[in-house]
Design a protein around this ligand. Structure first.
Ligand SMILES: Cc1cc2nc3c(=O)[nH]c(=O)nc-3n(C[C@H](O)[C@H](O)[C@H](O)COP(=O)(O)OP(=O)(O)OC[C@H]3O[C@@H](n4cnc5c(N)ncnc54)[C@H](O)[C@@H]3O)c2cc1C
Length: 483
């Protein structure tokens, strides 16, 4: 089956009955629910880009097994050119959502591409697991499936530092093995895109490490979202059912976060990729380099988001007529700095890419990972800059219906600026408010702070890969021999 269209993606969601709950009600059809449907449409539009005659070559490649054109984020890059080609495709997707859809399907596609190439890693102690991961990757590539993932266990208590205060009855664990597969029970967070995905992948984050006593919790598998016993509990939707004018982002890009309950869910053996092997589970992301590949995907999203926020800031200052004032230039320059730093890291990750043990062209881990650490603090600051630039204009945002009310003449007259008609000014600042102050925008800030793990864990990750020796040696040489 070739790369899917948006319609096929939506049809797939409808065809697979799943248990999704939102505001106390079971959602019958996620593609029609007012809180979810526009988010589903946003993902559908990504799939449609694969069939746009002007983009098809950029978005797809020829499958090595079926000969069909399949989504390019499934490509296992063997050369720098292929890595760049994959980035061009991912950046095209990210720009089309203004960088506001963090979990577009390419995130998981690059993960499974890295894992399939490194199938021997999964096969080390159980040869069948290597075959499982290879076959699963082909399955999702040939069917162009959308995956969500959930790595973190819910915790009853945070008395122990880190994420592995794992308790029976809460954390997801293997209950028993049967001839058909493993039975798992527990709760995981946070499956972004969960209700809008075809399948869910469950594995562990690489940063906090499991210990031997955690083996019942050490798992890596993927199953359809409609598997019996699987339940998704959504947060409230930030698509408030308003117009594109009123909520330009929430009305388009609600990707939804969900808690996932596993109520004695049977995972068939062919969908198990690791089981009980703490060491292999802990090292999966670093040894297979899936973490560098997902950082590369995330950097494309970050670039698109930086560019979009900078574009909004430039239009804000142009509209208000203060673009030339020193305080505006200082703030705009800071946004330019983040945008260009992000691009420079992306370029460095590609320029210094090296083939790994499995012949996969791997983005250089250091500049790739730095894009994650940087964005945890840069994005909240970018949002703060929009607030500082916008000031009261972020509150001068009457709704679309106000323009049809008896006050319309006053609005048209008094809200115009030298550079913009009232309607254009309000439209722009409603967008700025959605980024800088709305529920949708606040969730984006929380997302960027935490989606790639908590800040302490990320700092430790950077420490772990930074080449420190040479720098210390240089200082030692400067200090001279010890007395
Ligand atoms: C919007 C959003 C979407 C997400 N989407 C996904 C997804 O799709 N899939 C997925 O698997 N996960 C997802 N996540 C979850 C994400 O992986 C976790 O939020 C992240 O790993 C951090 O874990 P935590 O929230 O439990 O934070 P915690 O571990 O509770 O940390 C909270 C804060 O406490 C600090 N802290 C922790 N320990 C200490 C200590 N010992 N001393 C001092 N300070 C400490 C941390 O630095 C942090 O600032 C998402 C998260 C968010 C917010």
């Amino acid at each position: 089956m070739p790369a899917r269209t948006g319609r096929e993606y939506l049809g797939g969601l409808q065809a697979q009955e799943r248990e999704v709950w939102l505001r106390g009600e079971r959602v019958k059809d996620v593609t029609a629910h007012p809180g979810l449907a526009n988010g589903a449409r946003a993902i559908a539009s990504l799939y449609d880009m694969q069939h746009d005659p002007a983009l098809r070559d950029e978005m797809t490649y020829v499958s090595p097994t079926s000969g069909d054109c399949v989504g390019l984020s499934f490509l296992i890059p063997r050369t720098r050119q292929e890595l760049e080609r994959r980035r061009t495709m991912m950046l095209r997707w990210a720009r089309s959502t203004c960088g506001m859809v963090g979990r577009s399907p390419d995130f998981m596609n690059v993960t499974f591409a890295a894992w399939a190439a490194a199938a021997e890693y999964f096969a080390q102690n159980r040869p069948e697991f290597g075959e499982n991961v290879r076959r699963y990757y082909e399955h999702i590539r040939e069917h162009d499936l959308t995956l969500t993932h959930s790595l973190i266990n819910l915790q009853r208590s945070r008395t122990v530092s880190g994420m592995f205060n794992l308790e029976e009855g809460t954390a997801l664990r293997v209950m028993r093995e049967t001839d058909a597969g493993i039975v798992v029970r527990g709760a995981r967070v946070l499956a972004t895109l969960g209700p809008l995905a075809d399948e869910i992948a469950v594995y562990s984050p690489r940063l906090p490490q499991l210990t031997e006593r955690h083996s019942p919790f050490a798992i890596n598998f993927a199953i359809p979202c409609g598997t019996p016993g699987l339940k998704f509990l959504c947060r409230e939707s930030f698509d408030l059912g308003r117009s594109r004018f009123d909520h330009p982002l929430g009305s388009r890009f609600e990707e939804m976060d969900s808690i996932v309950f596993f109520d004695d869910v049977l995972v068939p053996w062919e969908r198990v990729f690791l089981l009980g092997d703490v060491d292999l589970v802990n090292r999966t992301a670093t040894t297979t380099h899936s973490s560098a590949h997902t950082a590369h995907q995330g950097a494309a999203k970050n670039i698109a988001k930086c560019e979009f926020v900078l574009g909004v800031a430039l239009l804000m200052t142009e509209t208000l007529g203060n673009a030339h004032l020193p305080h505006s230039e200082e703030r705009l320059a800071e946004l330019m700095l983040y945008t260009e730093l992000m691009k420079a890291c992306m370029r460095a990750a590609e320029a210094d890419a090296q083939p790994d043990a499995w012949g996969v062209m791997c983005p250089a881990p250091l500049p790739a990972e730095i894009t994650r650490n940087l964005f945890m603090t840069a994005y909240p600051r970018m949002v703060e800059i929009l607030q500082l630039l916008g000031s009261s204009s972020l509150m001068i945002i009457p709704s679309e219906t106000d323009f049809q009310s008896p006050l319309a003449p006053e609005i048209e007259q008094y809200l115009a600026t030298d550079a913009a008609a009232a309607r254009d000014r309000v439209k722009l600042f409603r967008l700025a408010w959605e980024i800088a102050g709305s529920a949708f925008g606040s969730r984006q800030v929380i997302y960027e702070r935490f989606f790639a793990s908590d800040p302490l864990a990320r700092a430790r990750a950077l420490n772990a890969i930074y080449p420190k020796g040479e720098l210390m040696e240089r200082v030692r040489e400067f200090l001279g021999p010890s007395a």
